[in-house]
Design a binder for this molecule. Structure first.
Ligand SMILES: [Zn+2]
Length: 286
């Protein structure tokens, strides 16, 4: 089965898809796979230069209507940055789902709407947040993962008003960050989940850097983008035996005719100690 894959990365906020899967998206786009992404919320409240930064230290924030207008404007700025970041990775298909990021909940309305998107776009592979990330209750990342799971289930069936036939994805990969990373809060210690798939993104780390650099309004450009890639992707790289990696947790166990051994694992096994260290030791130019 050598048809191009259809891959969809679904993130809670505009930056998430790039943080978590930018390198992986770049690889699949370069291979000729169909690569799309869904930004579930407008993300105006998250790290925004105006909404979450400049208003933080004011005596009072604007009246409701003015605030709503400003949030719409800021969401527009984030959309433009998201398009620029996708262009850096060779990704063209973006769905701005537009859910409000105030209190994100698993609602029937959001699930039905996302299920329709899945029936339309028909992804073979879905990447999204781990549904138990953080506390699994208030984290917009966890809620997004849960909404995706519900929507995938519903997409496998018909729904009146949607003429697209049912659709099932072959695999779901959860973003490793927040699920299997260093503890940030109390609930992070309850899971014990570990990434079982790493994608070596070393050859496209500079493309990922360009994507993060495009996210100016939320302060990602410059030093943060470099630190983010060195620390998170560098740590996944160490775990996955490469310079920079992205880590994922597979939802489904996989079935093979032969036992799966990757080219990467064979190369590692046949390399000397220092050859392995050389593989780790590439560093992005500052
Ligand atoms: Zn996020």
């Amino acid at each position: 089965m050598n048809d191009p894959l259809r891959m969809l990365s679904i993130g809670a906020h505009p930056a998430d898809i790039f943080d978590q899967s930018g390198g992986t998206m770049a690889h699949h786009a370069a291979r000729g796979d169909w690569v799309g992404c869904v930004v579930l919320t407008h993300g105006a409240r998250v790290h925004d230069q105006v909404i979450s930064e400049e208003m933080f230290h004011r005596d009072a924030v604007p009246e409701a209507d003015e605030l709503r207008n400003t949030m719409r404007e800021r969401a527009g700025v984030k959309e433009a940055e998201t398009r620029a970041a996708c262009a850096a990775l060779g990704v063209e298909h973006i769905v701005f789902f537009g859910a409000d990021d105030a209190v994100l909940l698993v609602t029937e309305e959001v699930v039905r709407r996302l299920a329709r998107v899945l029936r339309e776009l028909r992804p073979d592979v879905v990447l999204t947040h781990f549904p138990k990330e953080d506390d699994g209750i208030t984290s917009p990342h966890a809620i997004t993962g849960q909404i995706v799971m519900h929507a995938l289930r519903l997409a496998g069936s018909v729904d009146p008003g949607d003429r697209n036939p049912p659709h099932r994805a072959a695999q779901v990969f959860y973003f490793g960050i927040g699920a299997a990373a260093t503890r940030h809060g109390l609930w992070d210690q309850t899971g014990g989940y570990a990434c079982d798939v790493f994608v070596d993104i070393t050859d496209v780390a500079e493309k990922k850097l360009a994507a993060l650099d495009a996210l100016v309004s939320q302060g990602y450009g410059g030093a943060y983008a470099r630190k983010r890639i060195e620390t998170s992707d560098g740590a996944f790289g160490l775990a996955g035996n490469c310079a920079y990696g992205e880590g994922f947790i597979s939802h489904n166990p996989t079935t093979h005719y032969y036992l799966p051994v990757t080219d990467h694992a064979l190369r590692q096994a046949r390399s000397s100690d220092h050859e392995v260290m050389d593989g780790y030791s590439f560093k992005l130019p500052v």
